[in-house]
Design a protein around this ligand. Structure first.
Ligand code: FMN
Length: 361
């Protein structure tokens, strides 16, 4: 139904207008009855899918990546689709409009998107209010992460205070907080991945983190292995809960569609690099921090590949646009089939079994 009817209609529209249309329809799912009905259709419940990461229990390993629901408008719909967690945002401390439109582009041949959204956000005050409201309205929700980023109007030297503002607001209403220092569309943001700046930022956030809300750091796929190594050291020292790898790439490798649009590439062309980064981080971390794999995931096999190189769970965004709302349950059913076949009792065992089967092949 999605591929035959809805997708052709949506793909005939400008990508952001299509998103706005879907968002309008999705608001109807922000009530207990509709979200619950959707969940009863889409959610794959099986204890073998559950993962326990950073002290949080997730019903399955497939989460929604940041960017689709920037302003906590789609929580009812997305939890109904059966995601194991939802990462909302990026939220900025100050409300801001983001970059001028058009700022999302489809590369249909490549199953990819380019975006240069630039963090359009209603701001941390409003998102705090919305999240508190949605939690009261929808008592059954998967874990929710708040992804926070720097306001465009904050200078790089004001970044720490800017993030701290959002953290103070959103940590109390979120299950974890993701620190976005890796989007390519806010000038200077990626410099916050450098050792001294990152250290200062993480120390300040941990200083505020009396409630010990798990903090994840989201990294770019374009960092060198040396830079990733430094980042890992910094995160270990700061005692964060984990890393999310990766954000979109500024690289254009593997694209068959000719495009000169600026922005970050997501979807299938990112898969290989994201997997490589997760493999590198997995080896460096050897279980000391949690690891969330994201980038080009569109099937159970892609999830298993991420798990086999060290991810504890995954997130996706772009494939949802191309494959439709049934994707999450399809992936979770695929994971269960694999687990059944290989006698795996947990998601970690499934990743191991996938790695072993590849090594033999
Ligand atoms: C349109 C769009 C907007 C995005 N916005 C954000 C964002 O605000 N914050 C963030 O951390 N990542 C953002 N991302 C990146 C995704 O969270 C994800 O890291 C990336 O797209 C790779 O996953 P995918 O290939 O499954 O889409 C965005 C991605 C897309 C396509």
């Amino acid at each position: 139904m999605y591929k035959a009817l809805v997708k052709p209609l949506l793909f005939s529209m400008d990508p952001e207008n299509a998103h706005d249309l879907m968002r309008g329809c999705a608001r109807g799912a922000n009530n207990r009855a509709v979200s619950g009905l959707l969940r009863s259709i889409c959610q794959v419940w099986d204890p073998r899918l559950a993962v326990h990461v950073a002290g949080i229990s997730f019903p399955n390993p497939v989460g929604l990546a940041a960017g689709l629901d920037k302003n906590a408008e789609l929580v009812g719909l997305c939890s109904g689709l059966g995601f194991g967690h939802l990462e909302l945002g990026t939220v900025t401390a100050r409300p801001q409009p983001g970059n001028p439109r058009p700022r999302i582009f489809r590369l249909a041949q490549d199953h990819a998107l380019i975006n240069r959204m630039g963090f359009p956000s209603l701001g941390a005050d409003e998102i705090e209010r919305r999240l508190a409201k949605v939690r009261a309205m929808l008592p059954v929700l998967p874990p929710i992460g708040a992804n926070i980023g720097k306001s465009k109007s904050a200078e790089l030297d004001e970044a720490v205070e800017d993030y701290c503002y959002s953290f103070r607001k959103l940590a109390p209403v979120a299950d974890y907080v993701a620190i976005n220092v890796s989007s390519p569309n806010t000038p200077g943001l990626r410099q916050l991945q450098e050792r001294e700046r990152l250290q200062a930022l993480l120390e300040a956030l941990q200083g505020l983190n009396a409630g010990k809300r798990p903090i994840f750091v989201k990294v770019a796929p374009d960092l060198s292995f040396t830079a990733l190594e430094e980042l890992v050291d910094c995160c270990l020292r700061a005692g964060v809960a984990g890393l999310i790898a990766t954000n979109t790439t500024i690289g254009r490798e593997g694209l068959s569609s000719g495009t000169s649009e600026a922005g970050g590439v997501s979807g299938a062309p990112l898969r290989r690099r994201a997997l490589e980064v997760v493999r590198f981080l997995g080896a460096r971390l050897s279980g000391k921090l949690a690891l969330v794999g994201v980038g080009g995931i569109s099937s159970a096999e892609d999830v298993l590949a991420m798990l086999s190189v060290g991810a504890n769970m995954v997130q996706l965004y772009t494939a949802l646009i191309y494959e439709g709302p049934g994707l999450v349950s399809q992936i979770n059913r695929g994971l269960l089939e694999f687990m059944e076949l290989h006698g795996c009792r947990s998601i970690a065992e499934a990743g191991q079994a996938w790695g072993d089967s590849r090594a033999v092949a």
